[in-house]
Design a protein around this ligand. Structure first.
Ligand SMILES: [Zn+2]
Ligand SMILES: [Zn+2]
Length: 255
């Protein structure tokens, strides 16, 4: 059971000191750990604190080229985009596909939402629920937003599903399967039950194991997810980056 690639790593381009290392440092750790490929997936543009700036994209591309050359690790340019509306919009434009090798999407709290109503109903509603049991209405609203996003965009990976935004896990996973989207088994946040994971696996949902590293030394650290796969006997044929390299939606994975 060998991890071939880590497709959710943050770099210093996640602003305000959120991502700690350079792209080169992420790639160096990946090389030391024997990974063949990684993705640099900093926070999407609408994240108020940590989002990448559009003007940084040329520098990110250049850093990736240099790091690839020195380390020999293949590096994809991705982004962890944000859900920004109840209507399933995410913070990306059509022209961004040109530079994106892999498209991740997740819910984050401190994000500039599409409309005031989305700030109230999606952002604040989830923040206020916090540790309390979420209402059925909130779960339904969150689920609808995820289903619409999956339908509208060629999303490769749903990151840390249910983290800060509870959904009907199985409804989202079924739509993901239909759309060729992978459900992430995140190195830090796995917010569904073993039973739900078992049902997803039984229905043929595809998974991807990622670290969500915010520091170079965390790149490739996915023990929690690996242990879960082992414990529940998830078929490795359904985990797209163990013992093989994944194929993503677009031109991705072969540069
Ligand atoms: Zn995230
Ligand atoms: Zn992340």
């Amino acid at each position: 059971m060998i991890l071939f690639g880590d497709y959710h790593t943050h770099s210093e381009y996640s602003r305000n000191g959120h991502g700690k290392g350079t792209i080169f440092e992420n790639a160096s750790v990946a090389q030391q750990k024997g990974l063949k490929q990684i993705a640099i997936t900093d926070h999407g543009f609408n994240h108020r604190l940590f989002g990448v700036k559009r003007r940084d994209i040329p520098d990110i591309k250049e850093d990736i080229l240099n790091a690839k050359e020195v380390t020999g690790v293949d590096i994809l340019l991705g982004m962890e985009t944000n859900l920004i509306s109840q209507n399933g919009d995410i913070d990306i434009k059509e022209e961004d596909y040109e530079f994106l090798d892999v498209l991740l999407m997740g819910f984050h709290k401190i994000v500039k939402m599409d409309k005031f109503n989305d700030t109230m109903k999606l952002s604040l509603a989830n923040i206020c629920t916090g540790a309390f049991a979420p209402s059925k209405e909130l779960i339904n609203r969150n689920t609808t937003a995820f289903l619409k996003a999956l339908d509208k965009y060629p999303i490769d990976v749903i990151t840390h599903l249910n983290y800060g935004c509870p959904t009907d896990t199985l409804a989202v996973a079924r739509m993901a399967k239909q759309k060729g989207t992978f459900i992430e088994l995140n190195g830090k946040h796995i917010c569904f039950t073993d039973k739900e994971l078992d049902i997803m696996a039984g229905e043929g949902v595809k998974f991807i194991v990622n670290s969500d590293a915010h520091r170079p030394d965390r790149v490739g650290e996915c023990n929690r997810a690996m242990n879960l796969i082992f414990k529940l006997g998830i078929p490795l044929s359904q985990v797209v980056n163990i013992d093989k390299l994944p194929k993503f939606h677009q031109k991705r994975g072969q540069n």
